[in-house]
Design a binder for this molecule. Structure first.
Ligand SMILES: [Fe+2]
Length: 267
């Protein structure tokens, strides 16, 4: 809670939402300085933030809390060591009788831990199968899906309760008579699509990928040869990128990295 009093907090690390709509950041940030180049006007004013929270039944979200709160970062690192993938955390503070985010689904698995008070969760059937990052379901399809969905779980999370919400499952959350604080851990497990995205990105520097298909590939019947060459490059690049992905979240590797930095100061 003390974190919210820090003079260094900025939007969008701190966000405010009410009834599914984001409250404009100008309502709770210092907007005296008119200079967007350096974002002077996105520094959170704790007094304004407190007023918006208490008087307007708005919820506060601390986005990517692991970047700012050491204890939360430690929890995320523990999750990462288990799941071998990036894990990020958001903290939500809600006054009584409020509804922050509207009905929605997430594109990653989520573990919810109730830290204070209580919150009501409703989870619906008709999940979106394995939604991808950046993939947006057309709004009308989402509305239709929600309209036909049945609630498969409803319950209050109380202090210390943990809930697992698989990705793609539509859910909505509200607070009752008690104020609430909960933290969500977003487990961003990698999939085949992520591997291909890595492959495409790392192909940018490969001249064989940048060159146009040679005319000879069509005119002199050399297309099969060109295709086999390209498949070999793709396979090698994908193999290398997937090896990199598989090791980048192993905690042992991180410990070695810190030791390397320490050596600079110890010699
Ligand atoms: Fe969610």
């Amino acid at each position: 809670m003390d974190f919210l009093n820090k003079p260094s907090n900025t939007y969008p690390t701190i966000q405010v939402v009410r009834d599914g709509q984001e409250v404009p950041f100008s309502r709770y940030t210092n907007n005296e300085v008119i200079d967007d180049r350096y974002h002077f006007n996105q520094v959170v004013d704790p007094k304004k933030l407190g007023e918006v929270f208490s008087q307007e039944r708005s919820s506060i979200r601390i986005f990517h809390a692991q970047r700012n709160i050491e204890k939360v970062a430690g929890w995320c690192r523990k999750f990462e060591a288990i799941f071998c993938c990036p894990v990020q955390a958001n903290i939500y503070l809600s006054p009584p009788e409020s509804r922050g985010f509207g009905i929605h689904f997430d594109r990653h698995d989520v573990f919810v831990l109730q830290l204070e008070g209580a919150k009501n969760w409703k989870i619906y059937d008709s999940p979106i199968p394995f939604p991808l990052h950046g993939e947006q379901e057309p709004p009308q399809e989402f509305v239709n899906r929600v309209g036909n969905a049945k609630c498969i779980y409803e319950g209050d999370l109380n202090k210390g309760d943990l809930l697992y919400v698989p990705k793609g499952y539509i859910h909505e959350v509200s607070s009752g008579s008690l104020p609430s604080i909960h933290i969500t851990f977003g487990v961003r497990q990698l999939n085949g699509y992520d591997s291909i995205r890595k492959l495409v990105k790392s192909s940018h520097g490969n001249m064989s990928m940048r060159k146009s298909l040679p005319i000879s590939a069509y005119q002199q019947g050399a297309f099969e040869e060109y295709k086999r060459g390209l498949i070999r490059i793709v396979a090698e690049t994908l193999d290398r990128e997937m090896d990199r992905m598989s090791t980048s979240f192993m905690s042992e590797e991180r410990a070695v990295g810190v030791d390397q930095i320490k050596q600079f100061y110890e010699t």
